[in-house]
Design a protein around this ligand. Structure first.
Ligand code: GLN
Ligand code: ZN
Length: 804
C-alpha cells in the first residue's frame, strides 16, 4: 500500500550540466596539444574521459539524484549536437561518419592556426577561422546573453539528419557502467534550429526557412531517444532555452507538434533557462512532456504562474542555484519559498541549478588567496552541487539539512548590512546622482570648436585604438612581476621603456593622436578591476568562452570606489615624451560590468553607476594632468542587452547614463572618444548616438560593403573613425585600399568629422605588421587630405587619376 506520497521519496536533485574544462583547465591544454600534434587522439580522449568520471563522481558524492551526461563537449555543445545529428557543413565532411577531427575542422577551419583573441570579449571569428583556401570554420556567436560562444549550425534546403556520432551514447554508457544514475542532456530540436542560420541566400529568396527542416530533424531526435531508452535511461533533459525568448508565433507554435512527435518511452524534462518562460507558458502546458525546468535565478517571479499553470502530474524542476555567478546561495530563503510548493507537488518538485554550471568557475577550494570572509560568500560549480543537494534534503524535512541551510546562508545575509560591502560614502554619492551629472557642459558643436582650437588636429586625424603589441618581453616581465621575481620599481621601469618605444614608433609613423600602448594591462577589464576597490580577482576562476579559450572574470564584491588614480601616471609619462596629443585610455562602466561577475544583492544599474563615478574621477584627473583626449571603451554595451526586447530600453537608458556620468566631467575642450568592436548598431543606434562621445571608433573594415552598410544604418552625429583595416588578420592593408575605404566613408560622413584608425586595439599583432599597416594608413590619410584640401579642380582631378 503506497498511500503516503510526499515524504517517502527523496526530492530529486540534479544539475543541468557541469563545466568541461577541468579545474586546472586540463581539457584546454590537452586540446591545444592535440591540435599541435603533441598528443594523439587516444591521449586526448583519455583526458576527456578522466574529466567526465571526475565530474560524475563529484555529482554523485554530493548526493545528487542524477548525474548529467552529454553535457561534456570537445569544443561546444551545439557543435556536438550537429555531429550527433550528422549535420556537418559539406565543406568539412569527408562523406563518411564525422569524428573528432571533423568536429575540430568545423570549429576551427580546415587549416586552422591558433590565432589570438584581441581582448574584445566578443569573438571575431578569425581566431577559429581557416585560411581562405581551406574550408572556413563555422561561425561562432554568443550563447544567449552569456559570454560563452557556440558554433552556429548551418542549414540549407537539402539537409538531412541522421544519428551519426556515438559520443552521447558512449558517455551515457560510461556513466552507467561507473554506477551512476544518468540523466542525458540534449539540445532540443527547436532551439537547435533557431540558433542556426540559413546559408544559401538563393534558397531564402525562394522561401526556404530552416524551420521547414523540423520534421526531418525530429526523426533523428526520435532515434536518439529510442537509443537512450535502450541504454536504460529513464529521464532525458531536453534543453529548449529559446522558450525564454519572445518567440515569433511560427516558432512557438512549432513546439506542440514537435513534442507530440518526440513522444517516446523515455520521460522528457523540458528545460528552459536565462529568463522567464511566462510569454510561452500557455503553449508549454500543452506539450507532450513530463516535466518543466525553469530558471528561478534569472526570473524568480515566474514561480507562481508556472506552478499554477503546469499539469499536476508534471515534474516542476526549479533552478534556484545560479549557474552563471559565483555567489553562495541563500538556501534558507529558498527553502522557505519552496516549502509550500513541496507540500503541494510532493516528489514532483525537483531542485536544480538554474542553468548548466558551464558558466561558473569550478572549484572554490583551489583559491588560496581569498580571505575566509570572501570565501564564505562564494560557491563555484563544485560547491553548487552541494547546495542543490542540501536544499533537496532540507525540503525533505531533514533536520540537519534545515539547520545546515541556515548556517550556510548566514555569511550571505551578514554581507547585506556590512559597511565594508555597502560603503556609506559610495551610497551617499549615488544618492546625489542627478540628470545634470550625465550632461557635458556644452553641446557637441560648441565642444568641437573648443577642441579644434586646443588640439590643433589636421583634417582626417589618424590614431589607434589603444593597445600596441603585447610582446614576449612585456608578458615575461608581467609574469615575473606577478611571481615576485621582478620588483615593482624594475617593473615600472620596464613599462616606461615600452611606453617610450611605443611613442617613438608612433612619432616616426607621424600619427596625429598617440596612445601609450597599454603595456601595463593584461586585459582591459581585469586591469581596472585590480585597481578599483570593490573587486576580487581569483587564481583559478576560469570559465569557458569558446573552444579551448577561457576567461577569468573578476568579481564585484563590494561597493566600487576609486581610491587613487589608475591611469594618470602612465598617460602623463607618455605625454611628457611627445608634443603630439596623448590619448588617455579607460574601459567604460558598462563593459567592466558586462565582463565581470556582478553582485546579486544590488542591481546591474547600481553597479554601473558606481563604476561610472569612479571613472568620472579618473577622467577629471587625466584632464587636470594635461591629457586633452580621453577614450572610454565600451565594446560590451550591445552584448549587455537583455534577452527580451521589451527590456532593452530600460537597460539602454541606464547604460547610456553610466557612460555619460563617466564622460561628463570632461570640459568642453577635452575630447571624449569611445570605441566599439562592431558596426551593426541596428537596435542600439539611438543609444550609441546618445552617448554623445565626441568621437566614436568602430569596426567596419571587413569589406567595402560592410563599411557602406554600416553608414547606411548608422548616422553618427559627432565624429567617427570607421576602422580602415582588420587587426584580426596579419595581412597588411595597402595604402590604396585604405584610400578607397575612406573615400567610401567620405560619401556618407562629412570629411571634417572623419577619423582614420584601425578597427581595434593592436595587442595581438607584432610590431612589424603593426608598423607596416599604420604606415600605409597614415600615408592614405595624407593623400586624402591633399585631395580634399585642393580647391583647384584640375589638380584634384590629377590627384584622383593618380590615386585610382
Ligand atoms: N583600448 C583597447 C585596446 O586597444 C580596446 C579593445 C577593445 O575594445 N576590445 O586594446
Ligand atoms: Zn575593439
Amino acid at each position: 500500500m503506497t498511500t503516503s506520497t510526499h515524504s517517502t521519496n527523496k526530492t530529486i536533485t540534479h544539475i543541468l550540466g557541469y563545466p568541461r574544462v577541468g579545474d586546472k583547465r586540463e581539457l584546454k591544454f590537452a586540446q591545444e596539444q592535440y591540435w599541435k600534434g603533441q598528443i594523439n587522439q587516444a591521449q586526448l580522449k583519455q583526458v576527456g574521459s578522466d574529466l567526465r568520471q571526475r565530474h560524475w563522481n563529484d555529482q554523485s558524492t554530493s548526493g545528487l539524484s542524477y548525474v548529467a551526461a552529454g553535457d561534456f563537449a570537445w569544443y561546444d555543445h551545439v557543435l556536438s549536437t550537429s555531429l550527433l545529428l550528422g549535420h556537418v557543413p559539406a565543406r568539412h565532411s569527408n562523406g563518411g561518419f564525422p569524428d573528432l577531427d571533423t568536429l575540430f575542422k568545423v570549429a576551427r577551419g580546415q587549416s586552422a592556426s591558433e590565432g589570438d583573441s584581441c581582448g574584445c570579449g566578443s569573438v571575431h571569428g578569425s581566431d577559429h577561422a581557416g585560411d581562405n583556401n581551406g574550408a572556413a570554420a563555422g561561425d561562432m556567436t554568443k550563447w544567449f546573453n552569456t559570454n560563452y560562444h557556440y558554433i552556429v549550425p548551418e542549414f540549407s534546403q537539402e539537409d538531412s539528419f541522421q544519428v551519426s556520432w556515438p559520443q552521447l551514447f558512449e558517455e551515457v554508457n560510461q556513466a552507467i557502467q561507473a554506477g551512476h544514475k544518468v540523466k542525458p542532456v540534449l539540445l532540443g530540436p527547436l532551439s537547435y534550429l533557431y540558433l542556426g542560420k540559413e546559408i544559401n541566400a538563393e534558397e531564402v529568396d525562394n522561401g526556404f526557412d530552416r524551420l521547414s527542416l523540423l520534421p526531418r530533424l525530429l526523426s533523428a531526435y526520435q532515434a536518439i531517444l529510442s537509443k537512450l531508452k535502450s541504454l536504460g535511461v529513464e529521464w532525458v533533459q531536453i534543453d529548449e532555452p529559446i522558450l525564454s525568448l519572445e518567440l515569433e508565433d511560427k516558432w512557438s507554435n512549432a513546439f506542440k507538434l514537435a513534442y507530440q512527435i518526440l513522444q517516446s518511452d523515455v520521460k522528457i524534462l523540458l528545460t528552459t533557462y536565462f529568463d522567464s518562460v511566462e510569454d510561452n507558458l500557455a503553449k508549454i502546458v500543452e506539450l507532450n512532456v513530463d516535466g518543466l525546468h525553469i530558471d528561478l535565478s534569472a526570473s524568480p517571479q515566474q514561480l507562481e504562474a508556472v506552478n499554477a499553470a503546469i499539469p499536476q502530474d508534471w515534474v516542476l524542476s526549479v533552478g534556484v542555484i545560479n549557474g552563471r555567478n559565483v555567489w553562495r546561495a541563500d538556501l534558507q530563503t529558498w527553502l522557505e519559498k519552496l516549502q509550500p510548493v513541496k507540500a503541494q507537488r510532493g516528489d514532483k518538485l525537483w531542485v536544480a541549478s538554474s542553468c548548466s554550471l558551464l558558466h561558473s568557475p569550478i572549484d572554490l577550494e583551489l583559491e588560496t588567496d581569498l580571505s575566509e570572509e570572501v570565501k564564505s560568500w562564494f560557491a563555484f560549480a563544485k560547491q553548487k552541487l552541494n547546495e542543490v543537494s542540501l536544499l533537496g534534503a532540507a525540503l525533505d524535512g531533514n533536520g540537519h539539512a534545515i539547520e545546515a541551510c541556515a548556517t550556510y546562508s548566514q555569511p550571505i545575509k551578514d554581507r547585506l548590512t556590512a559597511t565594508h560591502v555597502n560603503k556609506p560614502q559610495v551610497q551617499q554619492r549615488l544618492k546625489g546622482l542627478t540628470k545634470a551629472l550625465t550632461q557635458r557642459s556644452a553641446s557637441y558643436p560648441e565642444r568641437a570648436q573648443h577642441q579644434a582650437q586646443v588640439l590643433g588636429l589636421p583634417l582626417l586625424p589618424t590614431t589607434t585604438i589603444g593597445s600596441f603589441p603585447q610582446t614576449a618581453d612585456i608578458r615575461q616581465q608581467r609574469s615575473a612581476f606577478r611571481r615576485g621575481q621582478l620588483n615593482a620599481d624594475d617593473y615600472q621601469q620596464a613599462l616606461k621603456g615600452h611606453i617610450q618605444d611605443a611613442v617613438k614608433r608612433q612619432e616616426a609613423l607621424d600619427l596625429d593622436v598617440l596612445v601609450h600602448g597599454e603595456a601595463e594591462r593584461n586585459d582591459m577589464v581585469e586591469y581596472f578591476a585590480e585597481n578599483l576597490a570593490g573587486f576580487q580577482v581569483t587564481q583559478f576562476g576560469w570559465v569557458q568562452s569558446y573552444g579551448s579559450r577561457c576567461v577569468k572574470p573578476a568579481i564585484v564584491v563590494a561597493d566600487i570606489e576609486r581610491e587613487k588614480s589608475i591611469t594618470v601616471d602612465w598617460s602623463v609619462y607618455a605625454q611628457s615624451l611627445t608634443s603630439k596629443q596623448m590619448k588617455g585610455m579607460l574601459t567604460g562602466p558598462v563593459t567592466i560590468l558586462c565582463w565581470t561577475f556582478p553582485r546579486e544583492d544590488i542591481t546591474r544599474k547600481q553597479i554601473a553607476d558606481q563604476l561610472a563615478f569612479a571613472l568620472r574621477d579618473e577622467v577629471e584627473d587625466l584632464q587636470r594632468a594635461g591629457i586633452n583626449i580621453i577614450q572610454i571603451d565600451e565594446p560590451a554595451i550591445r552584448e549587455g542587452l537583455p534577452l527580451k526586447k521589451r527590456d532593452h530600453k530600460a537597460y539602454l537608458d541606464w547604460a547610456v547614463d553610466a557612460f555619460k556620468i563617466s564622460a561628463s566631467s570632461a570640459k568642453p575642450e577635452t575630447q571624449i572618444h569611445t570605441h566599439m568592436c562592431y558596426s551593426e548598431f541596428n537596435e542600439i543606434i539611438d543609444s550609441v548616438a546618445a552617448l554623445d562621445a565626441d568621437v566614436i571608433t568602430i569596426e567596419t573594415s571587413r569589406s567595402n560593403m560592410a563599411l557602406l552598410k554600416a553608414f547606411e544604418e548608422f548616422n553618427y552625429p559627432n565624429e567617427i573613425g570607421p576602422g580602415v583595416y582588420d587587426i584580426h588578420s596579419p595581412n597588411i592593408p595597402s595604402q590604396q585600399w585604405i584610400v578607397s575605404l575612406l573615400k567610401t566613408a567620405a560619401t556618407k560622413i562629412p570629411i571634417e568629422r572623419l577619423w582614420v584608425n584601425p578597427d581595434c586595439g593592436l595587442k595581438t599583432r607584432n610590431w612589424t605588421e603593426t608598423e607596416a599597416s599604420l604606415k600605409n594608413m597614415v600615408a592614405a590619410a595624407k593623400t586624402l587630405r591633399q585631395l580634399y584640401q585642393v580647391t583647384d579642380t584640375v589638380k584634384a582631378e590629377e590627384l584622383e587619376t593618380e590615386l585610382s
